[in-house]
Design a protein around this ligand. Structure first.
Ligand SMILES: C[S@@+](CC[C@H](N)C(=O)[O-])C[C@H]1O[C@@H](n2cnc3c(N)ncnc32)[C@H](O)[C@@H]1O
Length: 311
C-alpha cells in the first residue's frame, strides 16, 4: 500500500511567501510556529508508539481477522447484484477481497483524549491490514484542532472540510469507522444509503446496533432513529473483542455488514418510504449539525450546536 504505518512522516504545508513583519513581531511568530511544529511531531510520535503498543495486543489480531473475513465474504454478494461496483483482489488462498475506501466520523480530539488516540492507532492498523491506501481514508470531526488536522494530513490521510452530518453515500465498498459516536450519525449514514445497492457496500465499525436497541426506549428508537431501528434486524453484527484495560476505548463495538440476501428479502416499500431524519423530538441530540444559511439552504460549513450527552 502507499504510505504504510512505518513510512509516516509529517510534512508541514507551505504557507506561501513570508510576509514582511515589523521586527517586534518576528520573534513570537517564529517561536509559536516552532512550538506548533514540535507539538505536531510529538503527537505523531505518540500515535506511532500507540500503534506499536496495539500491534502486539491479541485484540488487534482478532479485529484484523474479523475485518478480513467480513470484507471477503460480502464481496461476492455485492458483486452479484451490482456488477463492477468495486475492484476485487484474489489472495494466495484464493479468497476474493474487496478494495475498500474508508470514512471516519467522530474520532474525537486525539491530542487530548487517549481513547481517540488509541482509536486512531487502530484505524491506521486496519487500513494497513485491509490494504486501504491512507489517502483513501477521509476523516471529519468538528472537534479536530488545526494541529490535529495537520497531523492527519501529515500521515497522508484525507481531512474533510465539510460537515456532512454523517450523510455520506457509499458508491464503492466502504469501511465506515464511527467509534462511540452519537446515534444520529449512524442513523444519518443509514438513511443516506437506504437501498440494497448502497447498503450492501457499507461496512461499519462502530457501536453495536443491538446494544443501542437495548439501551434505548423502543418507542423513541423507532420515532427518532428509525433507520437504526430497522437496520438491527437487517444487518449482520460481529461483536469485536475488547480487553478490560481498553474498555473505555473499544467497548460495545461491532463490525456491521448488510448481506444482500437479507436486504433483498425486504419488500420494495421498505426502501421507497425513507424520509430524511429530522430529530425534532430529540432534546439531547448527539451530533454537531452544520449551520443552515438564513435562506434555509445548508450552504455554510460552520457547526451550529453541540449536545453530546448519554453516549
Ligand atoms: C462521544 S464522542 C466520541 C469520541 C471518540 N471517538 C471516543 O470514543 O472518545 C463523539 C464525537 O462525535 C463528533 N461529532 C459530532 N458531530 C459530528 C459530525 N457532524 N460529524 C463528525 N463527527 C461529529 C464529536 O465532535 C465527538 O468527537
Amino acid at each position: 500500500m502507499s504510505g504504510t504505518v512505518e513510512e509516516w512522516r509529517v510534512v508541514r504545508r507551505g504557507k506561501g511567501a513570508p510576509r514582511k513583519l515589523k521586527s517586534h513581531q518576528q520573534i513570537p511568530s517564529a517561536s509559536a510556529c516552532l512550538q506548533e511544529q514540535l507539538d505536531v511531531e510529538k503527537l505523531v510520535r505518540r500515535i506511532r508508539d500507540t500503534v506499536s503498543e496495539l500491534r502486539v495486543e491479541e485484540l488487534w489480531q482478532q479485529w484484523k481477522n474479523q475485518l478480513l473475513l467480513a470484507t471477503s465474504t460480502s464481496v461476492s454478494e455485492s458483486s452479484d447484484s451490482s456488477g463492477a461496483e468495486g475492484q476485487q483482489d484474489k489472495d494466495t488462498e484464493g479468497t476474493v477481497r474487496q478494495h475498500l475506501e474508508c470514512v471516519c466520523f467522530g474520532l474525537g480530539s486525539f491530542s487530548s483524549c487517549a481513547s481517540a488516540r488509541y482509536q486512531l492507532a487502530m484505524l491506521l492498523l486496519l487500513l494497513d491490514a485491509g490494504q486501504i491506501p491512507v489517502k483513501d481514508c477521509s476523516l471529519y470531526d468538528p472537534a479536530f484542532s488545526p494541529a490535529e488536522r495537520d497531523v492527519l494530513r501529515g500521515l497522508g490521510l484525507s481531512v474533510l472540510t465539510e460537515n456532512e452530518e454523517g450523510k455520506r453515500l457509499a458508491t464503492k465498498p466502504t469501511l465506515f469507522y464511527l467509534m462511540h459516536c452519537g446515534k444520529a450519525l449512524y442513523n444519518n449514514l443509514l438513511w443516506k444509503n437506504w437501498n440494497p445497492r448502497h447498503l450492501s457496500l457499507v461496512t461499519i465499525i462502530g457501536n453495536c446496533f443491538s446494544g443501542i436497541r437495548e439501551r434505548t426506549i423502543e418507542r423513541e428508537l423507532r420515532r427518532d432513529y428509525s433507520y437504526i431501528s430497522k437496520a438491527v434486524d437487517l444487518c449482520e453484527e460481529r461483536l469485536l473483542p475488547c480487553p478490560s484495560h481498553l474498555i473505555d476505548v473499544f467497548s460495545d463495538t461491532a463490525l456491521i455488514t448488510f448481506p444482500l440476501d437479507r436486504l433483498n428479502k425486504l419488500p420494495q416499500s421498505s426502501w421507497t418510504d425513507s424520509p430524511e431524519p429530522q430529530y425534532q423530538h430529540c432534546s439531547d441530540l448527539e451530533i454537531i449539525l452544520k449551520q443552515k444559511s438564513i435562506s434555509g439552504s445548508p450552504e455554510t460549513t460552520t457547526d451550529a450546536f453541540l449536545h453530546l450527552t448519554s453516549m
